[in-house]
Write a protein that binds this ligand. Structure first.
Ligand code: EZ4
Ligand code: CO
Length: 384
């Protein structure tokens, strides 16, 4: 079975998505997500100019060899653009292989290790009343775990946020105290710091949040400095999650081997696909670290579906972020995955279970868009 066509589809039904579509000589179509929020066209060019021509005529079954060919053969290794492009090829090939086998992909990855995947949704509010409404709305939508964010320490507008670290550190424990008082001890609660603290600030926050029993504290420091986590870890038992901006196993090496975190945040889309993320999570498993795959709206339904197949199959699944897509996105990407009773399931369709409606995609052309930024009160650019 040979790869006959490799096309890159860019569409913006609710936001930009980049999708690789591979077609084989016997007519199977595989999809891979290559969306890199705010830098989408860099991956489009990488795929269309440098990867697609190399794929034509290759054996569609040779997933590992193609992965190594794109990683080692390029000479220039790692990086978000490269690894998102490789991920898209990898997932599209797994999609094809599973369709050829007539099975949902998770069966080829070892079969289901559980009945469904615990998902968490995003609650936020500018004050406690708004936050409480947001949590209730998520519970009504079926979520059994919730990420809690507040705007009490920063002022957000469309493109940037004024960030005050001291106010944040002062206020956040009180927010969790109020949420626990209202929603009880058993609701799993998560929080994302977005890389905004120094190690000593993060250590203090982790310790201050211990009474509220967080499921995890995410991206407490800019984690490209893996060694910084040693200090945080030595001061707090609040579980730590890191890795949504990582793209290879090398970014995780000391975090996993020294057991400095509890959850690995990488997505299939940004960490080299099913083949590479599985390697990261296997190393994590040796150190009792679980998956906590990134699942924001900027990961397409194709990337979400791939994550669900991997999450269902691995033993060390932890939790899946699920930001839910809008109606137009669901019209472009038809999905077999389901969400009920707080659990996601990839469904039983052969492959990854997502098809792309090309006519619908064509109705929503690319529009340039960027992530927001954060600045301190004096104008200094801060981490987002
Ligand atoms: O800022 O997905 O945990 N989720 C996050 C996200 C990220 C965006 C980046 O593309 O931190 O909201
Ligand atoms: Co995050």
């Amino acid at each position: 079975m040979l790869i006959e066509a490799a096309e890159v589809v860019v569409t913006n039904p609710d936001r930009n998505f980049v999708t690789l579509r591979l077609t084989t000589d016997d007519g199977l179509v595989g999809l891979g997500d290559a969306t890199l929020n705010g830098r989408e066209q860099a991956v489009v060019a990488y795929l269309a100019e440098h990867v697609a021509p190399l794929l034509i005529g290759r054996d569609a079954h040779a997933i590992e060899d193609t992965w190594q060919f794109l990683y080692r053969g390029a000479y220039w290794r790692r990086g978000p653009v490269t690894m998102a492009a490789i991920a898209a090829v990898d997932v599209a090939l797994w999609d094809i292989k599973a369709q050829a086998a007539g099975m949902p992909l998770y069966q080829l990855l070892g079969g289901a290790s559980r009945t469904g995947l615990l998902a968490y949704g995003h609650a936020s509010g500018r004050d406690l009343a708004e936050l409480s409404d947001s949590i209730r709305a998520l519970q009504a939508a079926g979520f059994g775990a919730i990420r809690v964010q507040t705007g009490v320490y920063g002022v957000a507008n469309d493109a940037s946020e004024v960030w005050d670290t001291a106010a944040y550190l002062r206020d956040l424990p009180g927010v969790f105290e109020a949420v626990r008082a209202e929603f009880g001890p058993s609701l799993p609660l998560l929080h994302d710091v977005h890389h905004r603290l120094t190690p000593i600030q993060a250590a203090r926050l982790g310790r201050a949040l211990e009474p509220y029993d967080l499921f995890w504290l995410e991206d407490c420091t800019p984690a490209e400095n893996q060694e910084a986590l040693r200090l945080v870890r030595s001061h707090t038992t609040t579980p730590l999650a890191i890795g949504e901006v990582f793209n290879t196993i090398w970014d995780y090496r000391s975090l996993l081997q020294e057991q400095l975190i509890d959850y690995a945040r990488s997505s299939v889309t940004h960490a080299g696909g099913i083949s590479h993320l599985r390697r990261i999570l296997d190393l994590a498993a040796l150190h009792q670290i679980k998956s906590g795959m990134h699942g924001p709206q900027d990961i397409s339904p194709v990337g979400m579906a791939a994550a669900l197949h991997l999450g269902l199959a691995i033993h060390n699944f932890g939790i899946q972020e699920y930001a839910r897509h809008g109606e137009r996105t669901n019209e472009v990407f038809r999905q077999s995955f389901t969400f009920s009773d707080g659990l996601l399931h990839p469904g039983s369709a052969p492959g990854i279970g997502v098809t792309l409606d090309a006519d619908a995609a064509g109705r929503y052309p690319y529009q340039a868009a960027y992530l927001p930024i954060a600045r301190l009160r004096d104008g200094t650019l801060h981490d987002w």
